[in-house]
Design a protein around this ligand. Structure first.
Ligand SMILES: [Zn+2]
Length: 362
């Protein structure tokens, strides 16, 4: 049975180990040690991704393994987290994030599996990936060697809101980098200069951004350039992105933004370097998919009928699906993530652990 006190303690222990993205060494060792105590064979790679394999129990030898995933890294401010338990929820002291994104997922996996083993329940082989640097762009999952895993399907415990949501789809994400190179000149003698900032402004008014259609968005988030008030700026760099759950639309929107930049540069004498990099690829499941039905069945058993959602953000599931492990993402109860108001209701943390246990039971 899920032990609420133990689960809370595990969560509190984990969030108090500093684990901002890129500094997951200590938490990786802690999680690996806890998994080894459950009989897992573990490995920690150079990026501090933890992989763990737990043999099946009471099932046929060829029973398909189940893949379970959550991530250890936190967004800033994430050092010196002091969790506060009050009013049926856990929050930070207001000076840092809580780190429930995604240590709630990690704690739920640890408690769910602990309970399963403690109660001597039958279960398939379990293959667990606890990743690092998720918040930096799924960096840990991308780099992780999953060659030792045999699982073909699994679940990512890393979405917000009450337990019960299944994320059926997520977009493809293009990263855009545009560098406009003009020509510097003294502002008092601007003739002969090519003002890259003016061209960038024109490009931004020509390019459509924001919500482009029901499944696509675009944004420019950073503009850098210029040297001084009295110099015609010669170089401006813009950093942006396009996301879409449709690859066709993604291509179309990306091309249109590039065309807007080309048009803005045309005839000015400036040069444009426009780069598109793929951050991750989309995935989509139907409600009738066997994996989705399996997760929905488990949710029903814990008294939370499935709610389906389409995401506009990526998660490690984008990487696993691309690498050949079918995965959907489920909510684990955290709220107001990436802010110092982040919290998780204890009831949700418990439900998340119950979901792990039911899913992992044969
Ligand atoms: Zn997360």
């Amino acid at each position: 049975m899920i032990n609420e006190q133990r689960l809370i303690q595990t969560f509190l222990d984990l969030v108090q180990i500093d684990s901002p993205s890129g500094d997951e060494g200590a938490i990786a060792q802690e999680v690996a040690a806890r998994l080894r105590a459950l009989g897992a064979e573990t490995n920690v790679d150079s990026l501090f991704n933890v992989s763990a394999k737990i043999s099946g129990h009471g099932v046929k030898k060829n029973t398909k393994p189940l893949f379970l995933n959550a991530h250890t890294d936190n967004v800033s401010p994430a050092r010196g987290i002091k969790p506060v338990v009050a009013g049926g929820r856990i929050s930070s002291d207001g000076t840092t994030v809580l780190g429930a994104d995604d240590l709630a997922g990690v704690a739920a996996i640890l408690e769910g599996v602990t309970s399963l083993i403690e109660d001597d329940k039958k279960h398939p082989p379990l293959e667990i990936a606890i990743t690092s640097q998720e918040e930096l762009g799924l960096v840990g999952a991308k780099a992780m060697d999953i060659g030792k895993f045999r699982a073909k399907e699994g679940v990512v415990f890393d979405s917000g809101g009450p337990v019960g949501t299944i994320v059926l789809s997520a977009p493809t994400h293009n990263l855009l980098e545009a560098v406009i190179k003009g020509k510097a000149a003294h502002s008092a003698h601007p003739l002969g200069g090519i003002n890259a900032l003016n061209i960038a402004a024109r490009a931004l008014t020509l390019a459509r951004v924001g919500e482009l259609d029901r499944e696509s968005t675009a944004n420019f988030g950073i503009i850098r350039g210029g040297a001084a008030r009295n110099i015609v700026p010669d170089t401006v760099e813009l950093v942006g992105e396009v996301r879409s759950r449709s690859d066709k639309k993604l291509q179309r929107h990306t091309r249109a933004i590039r065309a807007a930049f080309e048009k803005a540069v045309q005839g000015t004498g400036a040069k444009l370097d426009f780069r598109v990099t793929r951050a991750y690829n989309r995935y989509q499941f139907r409600k009738s998919d066997p994996l989705v039905r399996r997760v929905a069945g488990a949710l029903k058993k814990i008294g939370r009928p499935a709610v389906y959602r389409a995401a506009m953000g990526g998660s490690d599931a984008n990487i696993w699906n691309a690498k050949g492990i079918k995965t959907v993402v489920v909510s684990v109860g955290y709220e107001a993530i990436h802010t110092t108001d982040e919290f998780i209701p204890i009831t949700e943390l418990v439900k998340a652990a119950e979901l792990v246990e039911i899913l992992a039971a044969a």
